[in-house]
Design a protein. Structure first.
Length: 335
């Protein structure tokens, strides 16, 4: 039986909000009561990877503060146009680990399905900002090749829906995919890697909760917040509805200079996440993707931050500091 979908064919509230996302740097600065020259705009960077940020997320930024940690995550700065050696377009070796288009099989037991290239927000540090989504989109053929690959390998017990952001796809697309996955007997877990509950909490609506709750598979959602200010009351409500639907919530963050590179910011993020029912999972060292060098925190400083964090939080609120190495059999812990 297919999970029930409340109103098929209609535009959901979240889809309308998504369509109203801000894409103009000058409009964003104006909304924040900042002068047009408050931040050095990267014209070229902004053309290659456009500004995109939902209005609800902008509302959580501090007015009049060009250094706001949420603003820094989305504003295309001139700094992005600095090309440095060691920064590449595919820093994590994704293109070498694709047995069928859009399906990454790097680690034992789990595969990652690139369901879409679209995101609700464009994070300037994103390691997938240069990913050739249009060539590697498994949805082009209704995911048939990816599903066949998964069905034919019984060592796979978990499928990760990723992207881009899988929750930018409609529930009319996702619910049947989840159903087809749950029909594969050796699968035990369905995981979603998504930033939507944070950047567009309206996405967590009845239609989504319905199919998540209805699945035979244990569902895990790894959300992505980098700073405590991203979690306001609307986000907390969305997260608690997910928990009530039986979804296990974890968070991954990226360690970002000027955003969360202090023990105070990281501790407050963990505290706020836990209050919202989310366990801190990974803290990633920045992947060295072209255009993101101004976010880099060096490993020695990152290790010191982790030590300070362990000294002020219970162990279960300390995320694992990890780094991704192309070709490695797991994310690698950084000690
Ligand atoms: C990060 C990642 C995973 C998930 O790794 P976990 O350690 O299980 O969270 C799986 N596949 C790919 C390709 C990944 O990049
Ligand atoms: S939501 Fe995730 S995939 Fe999309 S731009 Fe941000 S970090 Fe990248």
């Amino acid at each position: 039986m297919l999970p029930r979908i409340s109103v098929s064919g209609q535009t959901a509230t979240w889809q309308k909000l998504l369509a109203q996302a801000i894409n103009s740097p000058s409009e964003l600065l104006e909304m924040l009561h900042l002068p047009a020259n408050a931040l050095p705009l990267g014209q070229l960077a902004g053309r290659q990877f456009a500004l995109r940020v939902p209005r609800g997320y902008v509302a959580r930024m501090r007015k009049g503060d060009p250094d706001d940690p949420l603003l820094r995550q989305v504003f295309p700065l001139h700094d992005e146009e600095i090309l440095l050696p060691g920064y590449s377009a595919d820093p994590v070796g994704d293109l070498a680990a694709m047995p069928v288009p859009g399906l990454l099989h790097k680690y034992h037991g789990r595969v990652l399905l690139v369901t879409t290239g679209a995101c609700a927000i464009h994070c300037r540090y994103c390691f997938r900002r240069h990913f050739p989504y249009s060539d590697a989109n498994p949805a082009n053929h209704d995911w048939d090749a990816a599903l066949q690959y998964i069905a034919s390998d019984a060592t796979i017990n978990e499928v990760i829906l990723s992207g881009g952001d899988p929750l930018t796809l409609s529930d009319q697309r996702l619910a049947p995919l989840a159903q087809r996955l749950s029909d594969i007997p050796h699968l035990r877990r369905l995981r979603l890697h998504t930033r939507l509950p944070i950047v567009l909490p309206e996405r967590v609506d009845e239609a989504l909760l319905d199919w998540l709750h209805g699945s035979r598979l244990k569902t895990v959602m790894v959300i992505h917040a980098n700073h405590a200010n991203e979690i306001d009351a609307t986000v907390a409500t969305a997260l608690s509805r997910l928990t009530q639907a039986g979804v296990v919530l974890l968070n991954q963050s990226v360690l970002l200079r000027g955003v969360n590179d202090s023990v105070r910011a990281l501790a407050e993020l963990s505290e706020r996440l836990f209050e919202a029912g989310v366990t801190p999972y990974y803290l990633h060292l920045l992947d060295k993707v072209q255009g993101a060098s101004h976010f880099d925190v060096n490993p020695a400083q990152a290790q010191q931050l982790m030590q300070d964090l362990r000294n002020c939080l219970p162990g279960y609120l300390v995320p694992r500091l990890v780094h991704e190495h192309a070709g490695a059999p797991s994310k690698l812990p950084v000690y």
